[in-house]
Every structure is written in C-alpha cells, then in structure tokens.
Ligand binder design. Structure first.
Ligand SMILES: [Zn+2]
Length: 231
C-alpha cells in the first residue's frame, strides 16, 4: 500500500491521485483552502458553517466539505484559527463596526456638516457584507437613531432629495464634458492622420499644433483625460 509523501498515511492504490489533491499536509492544498476561506469571509470573521457549502461551491478551486474540515481540525473555531480568521462569535461586533464605518464613508462622500446618509442611499450603496438598514433599524429603533449611533444627524427628506438632484446634475455635467473632450480628441486624431498621409504612416507630423492642444487639455481636465485614455 503506498504512503502519502505529505501526511505519511497509508493510501489505497485507487485513491493515490485523488488524495494528493485534498491532503491537508500538502502546503499547496492548505494554502489554497485558506485563501478560499478568506475570500468567502470578507469581514475577517469565518463564514457560518451554514453558509459555507453554497459559498465554497462558488469558488473555482477545490474546497473540502464541512465534515472533512471538522474531522481535520475538530471545531469550526479551530478551522477559523487555522485560516487566520476570527471565530464566529466575533461576528456581531465586527459586522456592526463595518456597518458604522460604511455610514462614515457615505457621509463623507455624499454630505457635509455632520449629516449622515439617508436610509435609501445606504441600502443602494451597501455591499453584501454590510448590515442592511432594516437590521440596524431593528437594533436602534429607527434610521435617525442609527445615524446618531454612528455620530451623525438625520436631515429632512427634502434635503436628501435636493442633494441627490445636485449629484445627478454634477454627474451629467461630468459626462457631457467627457464626451466633448472625447469628440475633440477624435477630431484632432483625424487631422493628424490626414496630414500624415503623405508621410510615413503611423509617424506623427512634427509641425502639427495638436500636441500643444492635447497637453493643455490634460492640464485643465486631468480627471476626464484619464477616463478617455488620453494619458
Ligand atoms: Zn496525505
């Protein structure tokens, strides 16, 4: 009977190849499993064993079953420690902390003067690993109290509507400016190609004024130019 070169166990002839892919003593296998666990546990707290089967099956790599992991490490907390993740009982605190930090982040992005995000803004921007507003409202009675917990105040619905309209207008202006730069850039490129047709193809014409124009745009509209690929 062959012996596994990693764990030293006796392996039956028929399972030598399959064992190599799942042997925890092989550093390749264990690194891959740790990486997988960290990937599906974005808060740094191990995923619940209830959600593990569906989450791990979404990964491209081999991930062992719950029973294999528990047989290998004893408990789910021990699996967490092995992967460098926090045990499950840490979840609530980490979840709430991440949600509070997300509120702080949104307030900085959307508002000023200590006003927090609206419930609608929060839910529409919220990544999966952050608590839904309904969860926080259940804990703190209403959205105003949730914002107070995070150190912010709630404003009137009119205020949030107005801020949203302002942001939409800003985005529209940015979009128009970007499009106008794109079309001007296209026309400069056209002129360059036309003027260059008598010369070597692909070589720029040295007398063209276009580069100066382009440099001027890059200086004046760095954000839009980076989006149009101008620099
Ligand atoms: Zn082995």
């Amino acid at each position: 009977m062959p012996i596994c070169e990693y764990c030293g166990r006796n392996i039956s002839d028929s399972s030598v190849r399959s064992h190599k892919r799942v042997c925890f003593s092989s550093s390749d296998v264990s690194e891959q499993i740790k990486k997988g666990l960290i990937e599906i546990s974005p808060l740094g707290v191990i995923i619940s064993s209830h959600h593990y089967p569906s989450a791990s099956s979404s990964l491209d790599c081999f991930m062992p079953s719950i029973s294999t992991l528990k047989r290998e490490f004893g408990t789910w907390d021990a699996v967490a420690a092995w992967a460098g993740l926090q045990p499950r009982r840490m979840f609530y605190g980490v979840y709430m902390e991440a949600s509070k930090n997300f509120i702080i982040d949104l307030a900085g992005r959307f508002h000023c003067d200590g006003v927090g995000p609206s419930e609608e803004e929060y839910d529409s921007e919220r990544p999966e690993h952050i608590a839904p507003s309904i969860f926080l409202c259940g804990r703190y009675s209403d959205w105003g109290d949730v914002l107070a917990w995070a150190g912010f105040t709630w404003e009137s619905d009119d205020y949030y509507k107005l801020r949203k309209r302002e942001r939409d207008i800003e985005a529209e202006l940015r979009r128009r400016r970007r499009n106008s730069i794109r079309s001007r850039l296209a026309s400069v490129e056209r002129v360059l190609v036309e003027r260059n047709s008598d010369y070597l193809s692909g070589m720029p014409v040295s007398s063209s004024p276009a580069p100066a124009v382009v440099y001027d745009w890059v200086r004046r509209f760095p954000y839009e130019c980076s989006i149009t690929g101008l620099r």
